[in-house]
Write a protein that binds this ligand. Structure first.
Ligand SMILES: [Zn+2]
Length: 617
């Protein structure tokens, strides 16, 4: 059946392409020829759905789900032109960075425009690559579809057909339904715009492995320019992980198909690595590593993959209206990032612990890192407020969702078990809510705390009011000791660098000063300039490993009045790198706290009971 349908459609399509009179209907019919990429730019052709209004607006998104950042994908579009059936140009007017108004829209037949990729964007507004686009002729294409394909504001629910002409042997990895796939042509369809955005595609020569479970087929697709990481090696690790998640979720995975898209890069990108979640896939952007380092990378990816996969639970199947009725061009934030990102991060690690992929000692180290990490952010800012302001006011605090957010998850899990006498945990509460809500039904942002309290106890309500919606600091040691995890908090002095933003140069492996706040006297006095790369402090080399120690730590005690000598690498006018030694005196320190997490062995009866309930053994 499928074969007949496919070959017929091919004849139909090629006939139509050559005659450039494709029948217009209710669908968005997109045509892209990957062979015609030039200077990392692609021409996009759209046979539009029939529009019945006199004017319409064509839009690309300002933001997409899961990123919690406004990116304005319209800024990569240029040369947009609209035509009627006879090929006459219609008037278009750019309304804002993401919108084009089209006159005589009831005559509209075709749009043509060019798209530049975001991976090579040189502006300061870098897009986190897992949400971005890449056009590398003859090697790889990343279609985060929201970067290429747009929508008319009243036609978000129309079907999309994406027709790709591709280089010989290229393969499009995606969870989108594929209606045609041959050597040079690939056609994907999606029921609406949200679905197009939710399903990225990677085109390249394939390195893929499939893992089959009874209910789910999982595709692992890898692009590694140095061929250091192979889909076969990754899939061995991911199979263990998916089995663990499957066990944990009650013997079934949440999606009927799933695609892991791994893009490894040998170029300097935005400076961040990571992944973005979707209902049926996740897309990873990581540094390409040589074969010898691949096992380390694969280990690292186990936790990242666990995080992304757990997102199929929340926010994808458990979310408030702000996420459920996602507005691509006027995004609204929910108060509950602690749930979407924090609880996800908690479960990513906890599932591995509970299912035996990591032991309690290793898990303890992980809590230690999360507590220390969370102390780099404002610990008394209510998490619900941070969440509402994550796009603007509290942008800088967002990354705390992976630190404190996860600790909120652990605290809740322990407290819910204590209150239920061990019979119920956080996942049980989520399971009940999944039954009630799910992908297509949103909860009300305002009601979430009350709903969880109704399923658990008033004590949980107090926790939410004090520590999630309130400004009180979570008493980690008190809560975690209920399962025999001791947290020792130890103060130390740290050099107050003030408002300095740092990046990382992947070529030199050095930290780079990106921006210095105007009122930052210490760094200014030293003579540090934007673009300086940090080489050493007081004779000690600065790198990722020593970074936390070097500005002051328990081991490296620092006080005001200490001499301070910093070597930076700086380019002179001719672009030649020179080493500069900057000298000063530490003028300001601030108190920071380091935490030590100890897994206790001597437990009370109550602690044994709760730890057993928490670990499930
Ligand atoms: Zn996440």
């Amino acid at each position: 059946m499928r074969l007949i349908f496919s070959s017929l459609t091919i004849i139909f399509l090629s006939f139509n392409i050559s005659n450039s009179q494709i029948l217009q209907n209710d669908t968005y019919q997109y045509f892209i020829d990957l062979n015609k990429a030039e200077n990392d730019q692609l021409e996009i052709e759209l046979i539009t759905p029939v529009i019945s209004t006199a004017t319409t607006e064509f839009k690309l998104p300002a933001m997409v789900p899961g990123t919690y950042r406004v990116y304005n994908f319209g800024r990569f579009v240029s040369g947009l032109k609209a035509y009627d059936k006879s090929g006459n140009e219609l008037t278009t007017e750019k309304k804002d960075v993401n919108s084009w108004e089209i006159s005589n829209a009831d005559k509209l037949y075709k749009l043509k425009y060019f798209v530049d990729d975001s991976f090579d964007d040189t502006s300061d507004e870098k897009i986190f690559e897992p949400a971005g686009t890449s056009i590398e002729k003859d090697s790889v294409f990343i279609f985060n579809n929201h970067g290429f394909f747009g929508y008319f504001k009243d036609n978000l629910k129309n079907e999309y057909v994406l027709n790709f002409t591709k280089p010989d042997g290229f393969y499009g990895s995606s969870s989108l339904a594929n209606t045609i796939r041959n050597n040079n042509l690939e056609v994907f369809t999606a029921p609406d715009y949200q679905f197009v955005v939710d399903n990225p595609i990677m085109f390249c020569l394939p390195d893929t492995t499939t893992i089959n479970f009874d209910e789910t087929s999982v595709l692992i697709s890898v692009y590694s320019p140095g061929k250091g990481v192979k889909s076969k090696d990754l899939s061995a690790k991911l199979k263990d992980l998916l089995n663990a998640i499957r066990n944990f979720l009650g013997g079934k995975l949440t999606a009927d198909r799933y695609t892991f898209i791994f893009y490894f890069t040998n170029k300097e990108g935005s400076g961040s690595f990571g992944a973005l979640e979707h209902n049926y896939s996740s897309l990873y952007f990581m540094p390409d590593v040589p074969k010898e380092s691949a096992p380390y990378m694969i280990n690292q990816l186990q936790s990242t993959s666990a995080h992304e996969f757990y997102h199929t639970v929340t926010p994808l199947n458990l979310h408030s209206e702000e996420i459920g009725n996602f507005d691509f061009n006027n995004p609204k934030m929910s108060k509950h990032l602690w749930l979407y990102e924090g609880v996800t991060e908690y479960f990513a690690d906890y599932i591995q612990l509970r299912e035996g992929l990591v032991d309690l000692k290793e898990y303890g180290k992980n809590i230690e890192r999360k507590i220390s990490g969370s102390m780099m952010y404002n610990d008394s800012l209510p998490f619900t407020e941070m969440s509402l302001g994550a796009l603007d006011k509290y942008e800088e605090q967002y990354f705390n969702v992976y630190q404190k957010g996860a600790l909120i998850g652990l605290s809740l899990d322990i407290l819910i078990r204590e209150e239920s006498n061990g019979s119920m945990g956080l996942q049980d509460v989520i399971n009940i809510m999944l039954q009630k809500y799910g992908k297509d039904k949103s909860f009300k942002d305002e009601d979430l705390f009350d709903e969880i309290v109704a399923l658990t106890s008033p004590k949980i309500g107090e926790f939410f009011q004090n520590y999630v919606a309130g400004d009180q600091r979570i008493p980690y040691s008190e809560i975690f000791s209920k399962v025999g995890i001791k947290v020792k908090s130890i103060p130390y002095n740290k050099i107050d660098m003030g408002g300095v933003q740092m990046g990382f140069n992947q070529k030199t492996y050095r930290l780079v000063i990106k921006q210095i706040a105007e009122d930052n006297s210490f760094v200014k006095e030293l003579g540090v300039k934007n673009g300086d790369e940090l080489v050493s402090i007081n004779g000690k080399q600065i790198n990722f490993m020593t970074m936390r120690e070097i500005f002051g730590s328990l081991k490296n005690k620092i006080k005001t009045g200490d001499n301070f000598e910093m070597v930076v690498a700086r380019n002179d006018e001719s672009g030649t790198e020179k080493m500069e030694t900057l000298k000063g005196v530490v003028s300001k320190v601030k108190t920071a706290f380091d935490s030590e997490v100890i897994i206790e062995k001597d437990l009370s009866e109550q602690q044994i009971k709760l730890r057993t309930a928490w670990l499930g053994k």
